[in-house]
Ligand binder design. Sequence first.
Ligand SMILES: Nc1ncnc2c1ncn2[C@@H]1O[C@H](COP(=O)(O)OP(=O)(O)OP(=O)(O)O)[C@@H](O)[C@H]1O
Ligand SMILES: [Mg+2]
Length: 267
Amino acid sequence: MQVYSITSGKGGVGKTNLVCNMALRFAELGKRVLLIDADLGLANVDIVMGLKPKATLADLFDGSAELTDLLVPGPGGVTVLPASSGVQEMAYLTDDQILLFMGALEELDRDFDILLVDTGAGIGKNVLYFNAAAQEVMVVSTPEPTSMTDAYAVMKVLAQRHDVKRFHLIVNMVPDRKTALRVYRHLTTVADTHLPDVVIDYLGHVVRDPAVSQAVVDRQLLLQNAPDSPAAECLRELVDTLVADSTDRPISGNMQFFWRRLLQPGV
Ligand SMILES: Nc1ncnc2c1ncn2[C@@H]1O[C@H](COP(=O)(O)OP(=O)(O)OP(=O)(O)O)[C@@H](O)[C@H]1O
Ligand SMILES: [Mg+2]
């Protein structure tokens, strides 16, 4: 199982919309996808995908439910662990509860190829948990200066406190690829100066496109609602890049990695 998290410094940069559509694209490519919503934001995966959980983490901890009972089928065969099942309260769980949750998650290793985690914005404890544990951290920025500054800040904390040294940058809401590359250059220039052992990969961009918010209004995923829109094309390209990339890396043993990283002191 490949573990990807998505995060940002500033809120409202499009993480949830991006990750939900990326999940769908992975599924279209035949991957078995689990999407965990650990986002504290208001417009979370439940809403974007129109889901209702049956059980919560509380049921898992008192033994009345298994982790699989918390999973909800989403569009296109994507499986979702909704925030409303209590994942967003990860920041307040005891170490024993986290261990139980991670152990249960590890057991799903054989059932899924891709684990995507929507971690929300900023440097809150649960945001950092999931990003520190994930194998591949995707950072979303827009071309706005505040968004770039905050994206840099979140990478800095993850690098310095949690030893995450590689990031995949997605630049959202741009007019074109050229603007996105300018954002990438800006961030790498700052990182090269202040965080010399950090590597930022350019994963891709998604254009600003009214079809994205229209899909939210229509309560559909963009890739289903407007598959030919410019933003949908960008999203497919992002996932196709990740899939092409992942063949270079080992595809097994990642859950153990996830688990180990989480238990590292200071994480
Ligand atoms: N490429 C885009 N073009 C136009 N609008 C977009 C694009 N991406 C996202 N949006 C809009 O931006 C808003 C924020 O998106 P979203 O909720 O996905 O952000 P987020 O980063 O998950 O926010 P939060 O930090 O609150 O969780 C939504 O209204 C969404 O429709
Ligand atoms: Mg969100």
